[in-house]
Design a protein around this ligand. Structure first.
Ligand SMILES: Cc1cc2nc3c(=O)[nH]c(=O)nc-3n(C[C@H](O)[C@H](O)[C@H](O)COP(=O)(O)OP(=O)(O)OC[C@H]3O[C@@H](n4cnc5c(N)ncnc54)[C@H](O)[C@@H]3O)c2cc1C
Length: 326
């Protein structure tokens, strides 16, 4: 899905610490009265990383409040610095933001909805719970966190959902087990998931093992930190023999495009598959960070999404064959 972004300027009207690692930012856009936005909407926010402009996306918290947007940002320590930049801001700061857009697909006709959040993945689900509860009381939320003190918006959600919310705190030995959860859901339930990629993979496996329809599990991802930490790796092009180093803080897609290889991309977070390239050889290991390929396709290692996926060692690819790569 493509969006043409409409940018505006907003003032940071307020800051609130929700957990030790999650901070809420209230933004007041200059040019709108805070128009209503679709469930699951996010905004793009302009950030500065090492003095260079960049963009990060943040889900809008809850349903629209007049003239205001709320976002909640988890401070990612092992990162390029977008979240650290936002955490450095004080009220009154001015930010470039794009108009809200939603990628979330909800089947509004269902009788039963089960929302599943992992950590910061709670952010789009608060508004989803508010909207769904107007359709049906059969909305439950399973919220997985390391510890209760990491559960942002727990009070707001408890007020909304009461005992239909379960917090699964790992440090209390109450880890969320997807197989058990899904086995207990009515057959016509739809699941809406937002959380880390490893948790999503577990959810997909459990959903499929329970004989459910794949499209009844919809999900949103915020991007993946992968199986191992980002480190520099090399990429070779089969036909030209060119070789590039992909530094720790850049993607393969950016490096190839900066060198003049016009690889078309859209979502840039490993969901749409537009930028897929063929893998010819791997001397090392690929860290597939997309949600586009199945686990079997990832194990096969014949294609990768250069917008997010990384590697150890050297990967040889063929960009010319990507038109029939999917
Ligand atoms: C639709 C959408 C909604 C989102 N909503 C929220 C939200 O509500 N709250 C929130 O906190 N975040 C949200 N995000 C994520 C957010 O946009 C940022 O990705 C996040 O704040 C981290 O940015 P960063 O620059 O600090 O970290 P990044 O540098 O983007 O790093 C993020 C992770 O990727 C790994 N990484 C480091 N370097 C690289 C590299 N070169 N290539 C790939 N990965 C790397 C790091 O290990 C780190 O764990 C959302 C993302 C999307 C797409």
């Amino acid at each position: 899905m493509r969006f043409e972004d409409h940018w505006t300027v907003a003032t940071l009207a307020g800051i609130r610490d929700l957990t030790p690692d999650i901070r809420e930012f209230t933004l007041r856009p200059d040019d709108s009265a805070g128009q209503p936005y679709a469930v699951g909407s996010h905004i793009k926010v302009g950030v500065l990383i090492d003095g260079q402009p960049d963009v990060r996306s943040y889900s809008l918290i809850g349903e629209a409040a007049p003239g205001l947007y709320r976002i909640a940002v988890r401070r990612a320590e092992d990162s390029r610095g977008g979240s650290r930049y936002l955490w450095s801001l004080a009220p009154g700061a001015r930010l470039n933001i794009a108009a809200p857009a939603s990628l979330m697909q909800l089947d509004w006709q269902r009788e039963h909805y089960c929302l599943v959040a992992g950590g910061i993945g709670i952010t789009p689900l608060l508004g989803a719970a508010q909207a769904l509860l107007r359709k049906t009381p059969n909305v439950s939320l399973h919220y997985a966190v390391r510890s209760r003190r990491d559960a942002a918006y727990a009070d707001e959600l408890a007020a909304l959902l009461g005992d239909r919310m379960t917090i699964h705190a790992a440090d209390e030995g109450r880890r969320l087990v997807m197989t058990g959860l899904f086995a207990g859901l009515p057959r016509n339930a739809a699941v809406l998931f937002c959380g880390p990629m490893r948790m999503l993979e577990e959810a997909r496996r459990a959903w499929s093992a329970d004989g459910r329809v794949a499209t009844d599990l919809s999900y949103e991802t915020f991007g993946s930190s992968g199986q191992f930490a980002a480190e520099p790796f090399r990429v070779q092009l089969r036909d030209s023999g060119e070789e590039f180093v992909v530094p720790r803080d850049r993607t393969m897609l950016d490096v190839l495009n900066a060198a003049g290889h016009e690889i078309i991309a859209d979502c840039r977070r490993g969901e749409c598959g537009i930028c897929v390239v063929d893998v010819v050889d791997v001397d090392g290991q690929i860290d597939h960070r997309d949600v586009f390929f199945s686990a079997a396709q990832k194990a096969d290692n014949r294609k990768l999404c250069p917008c997010v996926s990384r590697a150890h060692g050297v990967v040889t690819i063929d960009t010319l064959e990507r038109s029939d790569a999917i």
